[in-house]
Design a protein around this ligand. Structure first.
Ligand code: HEC
Length: 154
């Protein structure tokens, strides 16, 4: 190898470089592929994560709307108002009408739980009162009102 022999130096260097390159470029290629795989995995992960959270947000929105509608549906009337609306036709003022007098209420239904489950179920000609008609808050108010009813004996 001579200094003046530019061509051979160049050639030799090039060859050495090429040799190094094949080894290095393989490593680099591997690295690039690995990087590509990692990046694409990351992209997939983040985009699907985004999609997931978007979906969750949508579900949450629907749930919120449902809850809002339910809230609007509930009238939260007082116990007396519910009694007049739903019960007084058959138990006017708690007295006997189409249904019996409610003066034995305390004896027949010693606990609120028993009274509530009776009212929810209904019996015979007396219609059941589901939660869509009388919600839990209203049922509580109705029961409190029923407990205060003083039925005048006829
Ligand atoms: C369509 C008429 C009707 C309506 C409306 C009605 N009831 Fe009655 N109720 C009856 C009849 C009939 C009975 C007797 C049922 C039986 O024993 O077969 C009864 C029984 C009862 C009893 C049991 C009384 C006892 O001492 O055994 C209670 C308490 C009662 N009703 C409360 C209510 C309340 C509170 C409402 C309103 C949420 C209501 N009822 C709405 C007809 C009605």
């Amino acid at each position: 190898m001579q200094y003046r022999d530019f061509g051979s130096i160049f050639f030799q260097d090039q060859e050495m470089l090429n040799c190094g390159k094949t080894w290095l470029s393989r490593a680099l290629d591997m690295f690039r592929i690995a990087k590509l795989v990692l990046v694409s995995m990351l992209v997939v992960a983040t985009t699907s994560g985004c999609v997931m959270s978007e979906e969750m947000k949508r579900i949450q929105k629907v749930e919120d709307e449902k809850a809002r509608r339910k809230q609007q549906m509930s009238t939260n009337l007082s116990g007396e108002q519910i009694f007049v609306r739903t019960c007084a036709t058959c138990h006017p003022g708690g007295a006997a009408g189409m249904g019996p007098s409610l003066d034995q209420l305390a004896t027949h239904f010693p606990t609120d739980e028993k009274l509530i489950s009776f009212l929810r179920q209904g019996v015979g000609a007396m219609p059941p009162q589901p939660k869509e008609v009388i919600n839990d808050i209203e049922m509580g108010a109705l029961v409190r009102y029923l407990r205060t009813l003083k039925v005048e004996p006829l």
